[in-house]
Design a protein around this ligand. Structure first.
Ligand code: ZN
Ligand code: ZN
Length: 220
């Protein structure tokens, strides 16, 4: 299994290639689908090799190009039911900030809305906790890790690679998300992620990190 990371304007998109199939984890901001497909071709694959477009949660920096990527690849979009309302409307919804300062910035973004509108969509597949993705050529399963949003999921591969979306960030160091719908749930999800004893943690924002960095954060 090979992980290719592409920065799609605000967040990371991951092209995970194993044998003859690809899953894309998060689709980036709007207008990024062409870039993602270009990278897929550069890696020696065809757009039709994409078996699944996995959306870790419904925020525009992760779901913004999902509909366009589906058009270009023919692959179904999968996400958790609880975040469907977020992608059913083009209006940006920013959850409360983790600190008052972050909250103020979030309110500004929401008020002035300089983010381009989301292309709305309905997922083809609704992900559930514990669901296997083997049918899509990925030796992975879904873990429901709510808190940042109600429908946030982590994709855990059998080899210990974990794709956590915004459940944990690594901007300067490993941290909780900047904004969250449910702080207690986010803390519980961080413990759940640590309990899996991952080998490598791929976050939506920042560089991938290892189990040691995760331990340092959770213990702190
Ligand atoms: Zn997010
Ligand atoms: Zn994000």
């Amino acid at each position: 299994m090979q992980v290719h990371t592409l920065f799609t304007l605000a967040a990371n998109t991951f092209i995970v290639a194993s044998a003859n199939s690809i899953v894309v984890i998060d689709a980036g901001m709007p207008n990024q689908a062409g870039r993602i497909v270009k990278r897929i071709r550069a890696l020696g694959y065809a757009p039709r090799d994409v078996r699944l477009i996995l959306i870790t949660h419904g925020h525009i920096d992760h779901a913004g190009s999902a509909a366009a990527l589906k058009r270009l690849t023919g692959a179904p979009i999968a996400m958790h039911t609880a975040d469907i309302p977020l992608v059913a409307t083009a209006n940006l919804k920013v959850p409360p900030g983790r600190t008052p300062a972050i909250d103020a910035v979030g309110r500004l973004i929401a008020k002035f809305g300089f983010v381009v509108p989301l292309e709305t969509f309905e997922p083809d597949i609704c992900l559930e906790d514990g669901q296997s993705l083997k049918g899509f050529g990925a030796n992975a399963r879904v873990l429901h890790t709510p808190g940042h949003t109600a429908g946030s999921v982590t994709i855990g591969f059998d080899n210990g690679a974990l794709f956590v979306g915004d459940a944990l960030l690594n901007l300067i160091r490993v941290s909780f998300p900047l904004v969250w719908e449910d702080a207690d749930a986010a803390r519980a999800s961080a413990r759940k992620i640590r309990g899996l004893k991952p080998r490598a943690i791929y976050t939506g924002h920042g560089r991938a990190f290892d189990a040691q960095a995760l331990d340092d954060f959770v213990v702190r």
